[in-house]
Design a protein around this ligand. Sequence first.
Ligand code: 3PG
Length: 307
Amino acid sequence: MKRILLATEKPFAPIAVDGIREIFSKAGYELVLLEKYPSKDAFIQAVGGVDGLIVRSDQVDADIVAAAKQLKIVVRAGAGYDNIDLKACSARNIVVMNTPGQNSNAVAELVMGIMVYLARNGFNGTSGIELRGKKLGIHGYGHVGRIVGLIGKGFGMKVFAHDPFVDPVMVANDGVQYESDVHDLYRKCQFVSLHLPLTNETRESVTSEFLLLMPEGAMLINTARKEIIHEPSLLEMFEKRADFRYGSDIIPDTAETIARNYPGRYFFTPKKMGAQTFEANMNAGLAAARQIVAFFEKGDITFKVNK
Ligand code: 3PG
C-alpha cells in the first residue's frame, strides 16, 4: 500500500484534508497527516517511509529528501516551489510538481483587500482614496496577476502588465496594456502588484531603480515572496517618498524599522495567508492528491517542474 504524507505547517481546512484522504483511500493509498509540526525533526521522522509527499510552503530541503528513502513524488499544493530543493529531488529521480492556478483567485482577492485597506488608511475614519480611474501595474502576468488585472478592471482601474514570459497579444486580448519595458510599468502606475516567482533571477530584483519611478501616491503590494524585494531599496523608498505605502502578505525582514519609522503606511499579514481560503485549500489540496494518484497509476507527469 502506498503511503502519502501531507505535511503542512499551516494546515488546510479540515474538509480539504477529508477530501484528500478520500481520493487516496479510493486509490487504496494511506494518508499520513503531519500538521503544525513543531520542528524539522518531526518532518524528518514522518517522511521516512512514505512514497509521496504533499506540502505547502514547507521546506523540503536536502535533509528531508535524504530522510525520505522511498519518496517518488513531491507535490507542492500551490504555485511557488522555491521551498523545494529541486536539485536534491532530481538527483534521486523524485518528481516535483506544483498545482498551477489552483489557489490564484484567493491570492488575487487578498491583493485587492490589502489595496483597499491601505487606500482607506486602514479604515481609521480619515479620508482615503478610491481605486477607480487609477493605474494598476501587474509585474508578473501569470495566473494570479491575470486575475488581479481582471478584478482591477472591475474596480474601474486602468491595467498594465509586464512579463517577459507571456505573449503580449494574450495580454492585449485581456484588455490590459502590455509594457515591454518594466521601467515604464513603474513610471506609469500608481499601484503596482508583484507576482513574480522567486528564482535566482528575481531574487531582490525589485529595487529603487523601479520603485522611485512610481507616480505620486505610490502603493506597492507584494503577495509573492518577500525575497523578490531588495529591502534596502524598500527602506529608501519609504524614506525618500512620504507618499509611498507598502502592503505585503509576508512580514519583511525590516518590518520593525518600517513599523517604527513609517506608521500608517504599511500593512503586513501576520502569516502568509493569500492562499488561506476554504476554496483554495480544496482546489490545491485535491488537485495535489489527484496528481499523485495519476502519477502512480498512469505515469502522468503533466505538472512536473524539475528536470
Ligand atoms: C503559493 O505559492 O501557492 C502561495 O504562496 C501559497 O502558499 P501557501 O500554500 O504556503 O499558503
